[in-house]
Design a protein. Structure first.
Length: 204
């Protein structure tokens, strides 16, 4: 059994106890054909996002992580064991993108934060073109993910897995990577707005 598998249960329990983490829409991922590759695309509010999403996702995830983390002794071995691989942000890292496409096309699941960095104001930032490139060049099923909340101790945070989105028309139109990124980011924003509205109604 891998470190990823061993850590999954305790990590999920940690988030539920400390941040009252609620998971919504897990069935939207579980129902996808296991032979199909999946690209999960989420907003990014905290360093807790990758383990929080990974702990509940019914499929084993691979992650992109900034290359600088792989230069830290000990950390490199840890995050590699947790299915992370390096990417040079802002440099159009072709090697990392090729690996990402291979993971997806072989039926794997890639977790991606298109903004490329944490947004401390909690708002969805501009997506980087890499996510659009992967959506166009791979055979991925695209699933938007929304993190609602800021991981404050004993205050509820939600991770919401949206329904897979049909991008067949956009792929046929041969959009540019930047244009496809905007489409994907639009689906993430729609999911954030939808879940935030539900939370507001519950508090009213």
């Amino acid at each position: 059994m891998s470190l990823y598998d061993v850590a999954k249960g305790p990590v999920k329990l940690f988030f539920k106890l400390c941040f009252r983490l609620e998971y919504i829409g897990i069935e939207n991922v579980a129902s996808i054909d296991p032979d199909k590759g999946v690209l999960l695309c989420s907003n990014h509010v905290s360093n807790f996002d990758p383990p929080a999403v990974g702990a509940a996702c019914p499929r084993k995830l691979s992650f992109m992580a900034k290359a600088e983390l792989f230069k830290v002794p000990g950390l490199k071995q840890l995050i590699t064991a947790l299915n992370a691989f390096p990417i040079n942000r802002g440099a159009g890292d072709r090697q990392a993108l090729k690996l990402a496409i291979r993971i997806i096309n072989e039926g794997g699941t890639l977790m991606m934060f298109p903004e490329g960095h944490r947004m401390k104001n909690g708002k969805l930032g501009k997506g980087q073109p890499g996510v659009g490139f992967l959506a166009l060049k791979s055979e991925a099923v695209i699933v938007p993910v929304a993190v609602i909340g800021r991981y404050r101790l004993f205050r509820k945070t939600k991770v919401v897995f949206g329904k897979p989105v049909d991008l067949s028309r956009e792929r046929e139109q041969r959009l540019k990577a930047v244009e496809m990124t905007e489409v994907v980011m639009g689906h993430i924003q729609q999911l954030i707005d939808q879940e935030s509205k539900k939370t507001s109604h519950m508090r009213a």
